[in-house]
Design a protein around this ligand. Sequence first.
Ligand SMILES: [Fe+2]
Length: 170
Amino acid sequence: MAQAALKPELANENVSTGIDDGAREEIAQALSAILTDTYYLVIKSHIYHWNVVGPMFHAIHEMTEEQYTNLFKAADEIAERIRALGHKAPIADAAGPKEAVVSMDASARSAHDMVADLIQDHEAAIRKMRDAADMAEDKRDFVTHDLLVGRMTYHEQVVWMWRSLITDKE
Ligand SMILES: [Fe+2]
C-alpha cells in the first residue's frame, strides 16, 4: 500500500548476507575503533597543517592537507560500512570517541616531532587495521577486509613518505 510505505517506521536492520549477528557486531566494533583513529588523524593532521613552522613548512603543510582530505573521505566509507553491517556508526560501546583526545600541545611541537608523532599514530592505526582485516576475513566479511586492505595501503604509503621527509641519511 502506497500510504503505508510513506509512514515513517523504524528501519529493519536484520541483515541477512551470510555473516551472522555476532560476527557483524564484532566487525562493527572493530570498524568503530578504526573510525575513531581515522577522525583523530584528521584533526591532528589539520592542527599540524596550521601550526607547523620552519624549513619543512611547505612540504608538511601540503602533505597534511592531502592526508586530512583523504582521511575525511575514508571516515565516511568506514562509517557507511558499519551501517551496511546493520549497526549505528559508531557502534555505541566501542572503545573510541569518548577516549579520543587531541592534545592542544600538539601545536607546540617542532616540525620534526610533528612528523615523528604522525608516523607513530599512522603505524598504530595500521596495526589495528591489520588485526581487524584478519578477523573480518576469518568471518568471511571480504568487503570489510578489502576496505581495510585499501586503507592500510594508503597509511603505509603515508608512513613511507613521512619517513623519507625526516630521514637525512641513506
Ligand atoms: Fe589549509
